[in-house]
Design a protein around this ligand. Structure first.
Ligand SMILES: O=c1ccn([C@@H]2O[C@H](COP(=O)(O)OP(=O)(O)O[C@H]3O[C@H](CO)[C@@H](O)[C@H](O)[C@H]3O)[C@@H](O)[C@H]2O)c(=O)[nH]1
Ligand SMILES: [Mn+2]
Length: 715
């Protein structure tokens, strides 16, 4: 949409001031919004006067820039109305949207019409800032209309291009994966840099050294087998108590970092630096994924060893003659653009063609760049399967990284401080549940696809395979969790218990499971640097997500696999901009009802009622083993403890007062207990049927009168 384009034009204009200013004074962070919000003293160690003046000036420029951005929508509309009026359009004639230079905008129009509406428009490639020169370019000294002295500063800006791929109704554009593939081809034609940084639209660069840090892992000794460098995702705008575990610390600082000791972290969609050729389906130059534990297991059964193509295959002459034999896939798999295919050897062997000035953004290049982003380009090619981002799942990231790992590529984890990139997270319960629903659905889709990690090539490190199996099957935990969180509490009501008299083996299993959990927890807290509080938050949100989103994901995927119905992708909406100043976390307690909330609510009720009934039975004298009852009730409370953030979330703005949840729960508890005692009911044995068990053993007989509760197992 023209709005995005013109906002980029404004940003490019502001950058001519902002970037040299940052270079001159070593400004950090480089995002102007976060920089100007800094509370700490920004004057430390800098030449006072010059800096203070420059800063004041840039601040003013920034405020004006923001005002222009905010006014854009209005300006574009007004300008277009003026142009359209000047042309004396009759009623019913389409009203075009006009660019500042007086030409018609090709993309989506303010008033949609044929070929100019969302999902139906031509492709557009517009160069906003062209290739910078290779040598330093100093700026102008201070002058009357420009008080900023840039005479000692390099003022070059990197190339900046607006790309909007062609969209047609009824065409599967493959969402983000499709967008990334179009961008990859487009950038190959325009710049063909050997490395690609991929950021979501809701992320920004927070540390100017991030790229350099990442590149080190790509260029260092022995790093030619590294396909991508993954940075942890960091978020801002999350409430301080991180009610729904948005920071995901265990995953980023524990899991991803641990994977670094094997073949490398999985690709998580954003904050990732790629080696371009790995996206083209190239194999690594060597296989060395074994690591210290399994030095030769990786690739042990591999039939073919990859050989690096001779450089003679990639010379200009050879390429001109159409010798594309060095390509890992047939030439036609890459699509019909010769310009694109010719860019591949230059990306895989950049040195002979180091002369990058050869790449010019002339008219022919631009029309080629548009051509590779057309909707039909990928028809009958390998894009989306063997080349580029992989299609067919809503979590294209995991599977794209996976396909590189099974070729024997490694990946690296790069965590730096200040955080390399920062993004926004959904702080609202509903959005958060939808987000994990999408992730868990995507994971299962991968499991039920040809990319099931059970069958991946032997180049995959054995433990890496275990990690991939875990990441594609974890939603199944929902089935067990639902059982664990309801059956014990229901047993209090019905009086039938699954575990009658735990055996020694039962206790041994229990001890092993608890011991493992404890070791894991210690590792996560001590080694990954996750605080104990964050650790609990993680556990709490895991239970919430598991009994709602994971369960729904399992159902959705079963429907997809059985009935072949497609799953729709909903963009995660983040907290709305606007009255941020008032309460930045206002969205946290906005309740939007969803079916995903049903199971957790049921589980909460079942556990409160179960405990209340048990309590009543003891009061009533029906049960005498009160200590054992207490054990079971404790387990119910443990479940409730995990669902506490969820309960807070659904209470909406009342949940802001922490005690309110507890008051509600206590109320339900008391009512149930009182009702149970006062309503006449059948005391005594039941036991017509047994429950199936995920508890390690089944009770084969129900001793009708034993009112004994025991430990039910621990989640
Ligand atoms: O049709 C689409 C939908 C999404 N996007 C991009 O995809 C990103 C991810 O979508 P978002 O709504 O921000 O989802 P999140 O849940 O925040 O994203 C996480 O999960 C996704 C699915 O696993 C990954 O793709 C993301 O990189 C990862 O940050 C967006 O920022 C967009 O840049 C598109 O380009 N086209
Ligand atoms: Mn996102």
């Amino acid at each position: 949409m023209l709005l995005t384009y013109e906002a980029m034009v404004e940003a490019a204009k502001f950058a001519t001031v902002w970037v040299p200013f940052c270079r001159k004074h070593g400004i950090e962070p480089r995002g102007p919004e976060s920089y100007f919000e800094l509370k700490s003293h920004p004057y430390m160690g800098r030449s006072q006067e010059d800096f203070v003046n420059d800063r004041r000036r840039v601040r003013k420029e920034y405020d004006e820039f923001k005002a222009r951005i905010n006014g854009l929508e209005h300006d574009i509309k007004q300008r277009s109305d003026a142009y359209n009026a000047a042309r004396g359009l009759k009623d019913g004639e389409p009203r075009a949207t006009w660019m500042a230079d007086g030409s018609q905008w090709e993309g989506t129009w303010v008033e949609p019409s044929e070929n100019h509406r969302k999902g139906d428009h031509a492709g557009i490639v517009l160069v906003l800032v062209n290739h910078p020169s290779h040598s330093r370019q100093l700026g102008p000294p201070a002058s009357a209309d420009n008080p900023l002295d840039f005479s000692m500063v390099d003022v070059r800006l990197p190339m900046l291009v607006y790309v909007s791929r062609e969209k047609r109704p009824g065409f599967n554009h493959e969402k983000k994966a499709g967008a990334m593939n179009a961008l990859t081809r487009c950038s190959a034609v325009l710049t063909n840099s050997p490395f690609i940084l991929n950021l979501d639209c809701d992320h920004y660069i927070n540390n100017s050294q991030a790229l350099r840090a990442g590149i080190c892992f790509m260029l260092g000794r022995d790093s030619d087998t590294v396909a991508f460098v993954q940075f942890p995702q960091r978020f801002e705008g999350v409430d301080p108590t991180d009610l729904y575990a948005n920071h995901n610390r265990i995953f980023f600082d524990g899991t991803l970092r641990a994977l670094d000791g094997m073949q490398g972290p999985i690709y998580v969609g954003t904050g990732c630096l790629f080696r371009r050729v790995t996206l083209y389906g190239f194999d690594p130059p060597r296989i060395n994924v074994g690591g210290p534990c399994f030095p030769s297991l990786g690739g042990m059964f591999a039939k073919t060893k990859y050989e690096k193509p001779g450089l003679e295959m990639t010379t200009k002459a050879a390429v001109a003659k159409g010798k594309h034999g060095f390509l890992p896939l047939p030439k036609k798999a890459y699509g019909k653009s010769d310009a694109f295919v010719d860019s591949i050897p230059r990306a895989s062997h950049p040195s002979p063609f180091a002369d990058a000035a050869a790449v010019a953004a002339d008219e022919a290049t631009i029309s080629e760049a548009v051509a590779v982003t057309t909707a039909a380009y990928e028809k009958k090619t390998g894009w989306g399967s063997d080349i580029g981002w992989v299609y067919g799942t809503v979590t294209e990231d995991v599977v794209t990284g996976y396909r590189m790992h099974i070729k024997g590529w490694r990946s690296r984890y790069c965590s730096i401080y200040p955080h390399a990139f920062i993004g926004t997270a959904p702080i609202n319960l509903t959005e958060r549940l939808y987000q994990v629903l999408r992730w868990s659905t995507g994971s299962l889709e991968i499991f039920f696809s040809r990319n099931n990690p059970l069958f991946g090539s032997t180049f995959l490190h054995p433990l890496q395979r275990v990690a991939y199996i875990n990441i594609t099957t974890y939603p199944f935990t929902a089935l067990f969790l639902i059982f664990y969180t309801t059956v014990p509490a229901l047993s209090f009501v019905t009086g039938h218990f699954i575990v009658q008299r735990p055996t020694t083996m039962f206790y041994v299993y229990l001890a092993i499971v608890l011991g493992t959990l404890l070791i894991l927890a210690v590792l996560e807290v001590k080694w990954a640097g996750v605080t104990v509080f964050e650790w609990f938050r993680n556990g709490q949100f895991w239970m919430t997500a598991s009994c709602s989103a994971y369960l729904a994901a399992v159902c959705q995927v079963v429907v997809k696999v059985v009935f072949r119905r497609d799953i729709s992708f909903k963009l995660t909406s983040k907290q709305p901009a606007g009255d941020e100043k008032k309460d930045p976390y206002a969205d946290l307690y906005v309740v939007r009802w969803t079916w995903l909330m049903v199971t957790p609510i049921i589980i909460i009720l079942v556990n409160i009622i179960g405990s209340a009934v048990a309590f009543a039975k003891v009061l009533d004298g029906e049960w005498t083993h009160w200590l054992k009852v207490a054990g079971g009730v404790f387990f119910n409370f443990w479940v409730l403890f995990h669902l506490y953030p969820f309960a807070k979330g659904i209470l909406g703005k009342h949940g802001k007062t922490p005690v309110v949840v507890l008051v509600w729960w206590a109320f339900t508890f008391v009512i149930t207990a009182v009702l149970y005692i006062n309503i006449p009911h059948i005391h005594g044995p039941g036991g017509k049927h047994g429950h199936g068990g995920a508890m390690g053993r089944h009770a084969h007989h129900h001793a009708g009168n034993t009112h004994v509760t025991e430990l039910y197992g621990w989640p």
